[in-house]
Write a protein that binds this ligand. Structure first.
Ligand SMILES: [Zn+2]
Length: 280
């Protein structure tokens, strides 16, 4: 009986150790939830970021390519649910598919908003009181957020597109994320991969085009996403910014097909559905 009791206490001890181990892992659990387009909820080092909030209902604003009103689909759930629990917002650039009127109306004005240098006036002009422009890098709650550059297109259309940024997230014990933003594949993006050696790369892979400039996509397309995946063979690629706007030409299905042909499995090039949560 005594031995039995001892055995059960040892078992209990093992179980409780295992549980606390799991709990600890849970606390550091990094999550990316795609909401829609480039809007994500990222839980990183225990903090919750809302990225590039485009929160309007379907059909709220004018077409970009004369095809359909935007966004072309609704949010996967109520907007109140989207902003629930967020501790800050981070905006790659001030275009309406990355920060819209609904976001401005619904996000509390005292929310911390990180943006690229030059966009702060547009955000404070909307009444946001806690706007932090990032020129090089900024440390918040043990998270180093570094701005990366890139180009929102090429050729003649580029001069109409304005400045864009990407951001790298780094924290002790967390995977490094490189969120490329609305940047096409080029030397600057390639160099950012070499510099930061990211574990996770988030690409905007919708291959958007402006009518009249069909040969110069203003976002990465399928081909560029595959080139990027091959240039970062150890990273997981999360491809977003698809199937939400009328000027995007790449579908999830088409990108998956291209990745299959390039022998890049779904475990390495992840194409989440709206609302889907990825854990790392
Ligand atoms: Zn965009």
């Amino acid at each position: 009986m005594k031995r039995l009791l001892m055995l059960s206490s040892i078992l209990l001890l093992i179980i409780s150790c295992t549980n606390s181990g799991n709990q600890k892992k849970e606390e550091g659990n990094m999550k990316i939830q795609l909401i829609r387009n480039a809007t994500m909820k990222i839980t990183y080092a225990g903090r919750t970021f809302l990225t590039d909030p485009m929160l309007s209902p379907k059909d709220e604003f004018d077409p970009f390519a004369g095809i359909a009103r935007n966004p072309t689909i609704d949010l996967p759930f109520q907007v109140e649910e989207v902003i629930k629990g967020i501790e800050c917002v981070i905006v790659t650039h001030y275009h309406p598919d990355h920060f819209d009127t609904t976001a401005s109306e619904i996000i509390p004005k005292d929310t911390r908003v990180f943006c690229q240098q030059g966009d702060e006036g547009k955000l404070t002009g909307q009444g946001f009181q806690n706007v932090i422009p990032i020129d090089t890098s900024y440390v918040w709650e043990g998270i180093t957020i570094t701005r990366t550059g890139g180009k929102h297109g090429s050729g003649e259309i580029l001069q109409h597109m304005g400045e864009v940024s990407g951001f790298v997230f780094q924290a002790k014990g967390e995977p490094t994320i490189y969120w490329v933003g609305d940047c096409i594949w080029d030397d600057e993006v390639e160099n950012a991969i070499k510099t930061f050696n990211p574990d996770i790369i988030i690409t905007h892979s919708g291959g958007a085009i402006i009518p009249g400039f069909e040969n110069d996509p203003i976002l990465m397309n399928g081909e560029q996403t595959i080139i990027m995946a091959n240039a970062a063979p150890k990273a997981k690629i999360v491809a977003i910014h698809m199937e939400s706007l009328d000027h995007c030409t790449v579908s999830r299905k088409a990108l998956r097909k291209m990745a299959d042909s390039a022998m890049i499995p779904p475990s390495r090039l992840i194409i989440p559905e709206d609302g889907e949560i990825l854990s790392f």
